[in-house]
Write a protein that binds this ligand. Structure first.
Ligand SMILES: [Zn+2]
Length: 192
């Protein structure tokens, strides 16, 4: 793992660092809270360099199709406007943060921050060629976001010290990282 220096044309995507995905939340990712200091360091570096930061979030209806009551795999989580859907209290989020809400309608689920959103267009409009990705969870929304970023033609750096996995099956996190690397993403850290 090599450190990668940030430069003009880079953007940071912070994936789903919401209270429901932290330990104790409705769908807590083990040790998910441990990535917040690393993410805050990355966010501060991007801010200092004048580079854009995007925050994705699950933003579901109370009867969302991914919830078990509707036949989905997950307990209710990240219901739009709820406390659990808020960003982690300790996460650095500027007042003018670019927030990407996803899976906002009952019938649509979206692990990727690109799915059903304007993220790709926003990145292109901002002249972004390379994205750094961290957040939750490695084996779901981070993986899907990284693979979609590659499919949309962006270079991708995965922040290995700023992601954590759900691990429904042991090894899911490592397998997800391998899939991301296979898609052409690189692995780096928040120590720019
Ligand atoms: Zn969800």
């Amino acid at each position: 793992m090599e450190n990668t220096h940030i430069r003009p044309g880079d953007a940071l995507i912070v994936v789903d660092v919401q209270r429901d995905f932290l330990p104790g939340g409705a769908l807590g990712v083990p040790a998910g809270d441990e990535i917040v200091p690393a993410l805050n360091r990355a966010i501060a570096s991007f801010e200092r360099a004048g580079l854009p930061v995007y925050y994705s979030r699950d933003w579901h209806t109370p009867d969302h199709c991914s919830f078990r009551a509707q036949g989905g795999p997950w307990p209710p989580h990240c219901i739009a406007g709820s406390k659990g859907a808020a960003f982690a209290t300790a996460l650095r989020v500027p007042d003018d943060a670019a927030v990407i809400s996803k899976a906002t309608t009952r019938a649509q689920d979206a692990y990727s921050a690109f799915q059903g959103t304007t993220l790709a267009r926003q990145l292109e409009a901002a002249g972004v060629g390379r994205v750094f990705v961290g957040g939750l969870a490695t084996d779901y929304c981070v993986k899907a976001t990284v693979i979609d970023a590659r499919a949309n033609g962006f270079e991708v750096e995965v922040l290995g010290d700023a992601v954590r996995a759900v691990e429904v099956q042991p090894g899911d996190g490592e397998r997800a990282l391998q899939e991301m690397l296979k898609s052409g993403a690189n692995l780096t850290t928040t120590h720019f």
